[in-house]
Design a binder for this molecule. Structure first.
Ligand code: GLC
Length: 557
């Protein structure tokens, strides 16, 4: 958990209710309008109405989701507030109660859920805050249960926070940065609520959360898809919010790769773990956020340029990821036989990966059938570790081709003991140990081998695994994983993570009643029961569009 001081500095990240940017909040806070027709046509409209000029490219086709390509996962309209068709299961009712206990209110309105409601914990640290990434499974649970208001409130509240001036010492952060977390302080005497946010200036290592903005965009699309309420995404405030987030990632620089260069600790793994560079988690979320934004950003005077940049980036990013991050038996064998020191355009070993750097464990780990996106690729450096979140998100947003998606599931099945063991799901595999742990983590006592981010098992990942299973047509894998979780989660009071090679032990410093462990379980259950829910968090591969695309300037919605 980051933010060791426990108390967040209020420097620039401080705002009181009085100046809490009333702007058009009232207008936007009107109850979401449910509109089945518009909801159905949401994705189709966004892609289908584009006028696209297609140019063949490397035989690399079927990329961006267009209307006809969807799998039929239309999210049903959630009409009755509080409807919960899965209520009979005692564990589910308990989970809902626990989830509701984590709700945070601003001026009497629910705006998020805190990270953990663990009264037994000695130190609260910053688990009493609403983390943007942690709220995603909560939001999905509420959407699936027909309670979209809290999600809308959250999206609007965080949008206001984005507008704050953010600083680390004397350095000002980019305008579009979304906070890692925020907290509401109630002053009963003065009768005011104060919002405090952390954009990285309180976090351990002072790293900005690159994933927050991406999750925000992904959630905005999930909300729109689920409710059919287009007015939120269409509002000038949300349009601007999306543009600001994407401007941060699409600006030109010295890059030779379409992937996003990141510091260690900028995402769910928010401590030093050797994921700096081009981590798979961020690349997959980046791809998904770009695709969601492409559906929602208006192609008007302000949006046109960014839409073009998104399309170009999606094209380059998918090519790069599918080609260079992908590892299967064949690819591993090729790398094993690589020549080094190759120059010029004819180089096969483009990043000069030295075969000797392939760790021993990969040769045993790689099944004959199956594959995955590796953790990182940069000059002379391939991080061969498996990361669950990036691989599941790659399936959900169709960054992985259908063949690659199937291969990832094959790998999970073939390496069940290593990746699932007794508690789904290992955040990364394998753990860093000994000298490598010292060098890579900087002797991090929280990230010792098979603990926390270093090979720990995180129940929250269950919802991502379940979604990926449903999308690839393998719900039975999800069922097995959920059964494992059900045998322990309530008994152990919903821990944040488990430790050990098989994930048998409640994590050394794991919180209990960790909200996203609870919400992740609920989302997994609801999706299995009604797979149409998948539509709000999944994007189908496009069968009609080919890479270089152009939107007609006359395109209006
Ligand atoms: C830890 C996790 C991070 C999470 C936070 C709150 O810091 O590493 O991903 O957002 O706890 O649960």
């Amino acid at each position: 958990m980051e933010g060791a001081t426990g108390v967040m500095r209020k420097v620039a990240s401080y705002i009181s209710m009085v100046d809490d940017g009333e702007l058009d909040l009232d207008r936007l806070l009107e109850k979401p309008k449910m509109n089945i027709e518009r909801q159905r046509s949401f994705d189709e409209r966004s892609f289908g109405e584009l006028s696209i000029k297609i140019r063949p490219f490397d035989g690399f086709e079927n990329m961006y989701s267009a209307g006809g390509a969807r799998s039929g996962f239309d999210t049903p309209l959630s009409s009755a507030t509080g409807r919960n068709s899965t209520e009979p299961h005692p564990m589910i009712a308990e989970a809902w109660d626990a989830l509701r206990r984590s709700l945070v209110y601003l001026r009497g309105q629910p705006v998020g859920t805190i990270a953990a409601v663990d009264h037994a914990a000695e130190e609260v640290l910053n688990y009493d805050q609403v983390f943007l990434r942690d709220f995603v499974p909560s939001a999905l649970a509420f959407l699936m249960n027909g309670e979209p208001e809290i999600v809308k409130n959250f999206l609007l509240k965080t949008l206001l926070l984005q507008g704050w001036e953010k600083r680390v010492d004397r350095f000002q952060l980019g305008q579009g940065v979304m906070p890692a977390s925020f907290k509401i302080l109630h002053d009963p005497l003065r009768q005011v609520d104060t919002v405090v946010a952390d954009f990285g200036e309180s976090a351990i290592g002072r790293v900005a959360p690159v994933d927050s903005g991406f999750w925000w965009i992904i959630l905005l699309r999930a909300y729109t898809k689920s409710t059919g309420d287009l007015s939120l995404a269409d509002s000038p405030e949300c349009q601007k919010g999306m543009r600001l987030i994407l401007n941060l990632c699409l600006s030109e620089g010295f890059e030779t790769f379409p992937t996003l260069l990141c510091a260690d600790g900028c995402s769910m793994i928010d401590r030093r773990m050797g994921v700096y560079g081009y981590p798979i988690e961020i690349q997959a979320l980046f791809f998904m956020a770009l695709r969601c934004a492409l559906i929602m950003i208006k192609c008007d005077a302000e949006g046109k340029d960014i839409v073009e940049r998104i399309v170009k980036r999606l094209h380059a990013l998918s090519y790069h990821m599918r080609s260079y991050f992908w590892l299967d038996f064949q690819q591993l064998n090729d790398i094993y036989r690589y020549k080094t020191e190759e120059y010029s355009h004819t180089a096969v070993n483009k990043f000069n990966v030295i075969p000797h750097s392939i760790p021993e464990w990969v040769f045993d780990f790689m099944p004959t059938r199956g594959g995955y996106f590796v953790g990182n690729v940069s000059p002379a450096r391939m991080d061969f570790r498996w990361f669950a979140l990036g691989n599941c998100v790659a399936i959900l947003c169709s960054l992985a081709t259908p063949e690659q998606s199937a291969a990832i599931m094959d790998l999970i099945e073939a390496r069940w003991e290593e990746l699932v063991g007794e508690m789904p799901l290992k955040i990364t595999y394998p753990a860093l140990e000994g000298h490598e742990w010292m060098i890579v983590t900087g002797y991090d006592p929280k990230n010792t081998r098979w603990s926390y981010h270093n090979g720990g098992s995180w129940p929250v990942l269950l919802w991502l695994l379940t979604a990926a299973c449903i999308k690839t047509g393998r719900p039975q894998i999800a069922r097995q994983a959920i059964e494992l979780a059900e045998s322990r989660l309530v008994k152990d009071s919903w821990p944040e993570y488990y430790d050990g090679k098989l994930g048998r032990f409640i994590g050394k410093q794991a919180r209990k009643f960790q909200t996203w462990s609870i919400a992740g379980y609920l989302v997994a259950k609801m999706m299995l029961e009604d797979p149409s829910h998948l539509g709000m968090i999944s994007l189908e591969e496009d069968k009609t569009m080919k890479p270089i695309l152009k939107r007609s300037t006359s395109w209006t919605r």
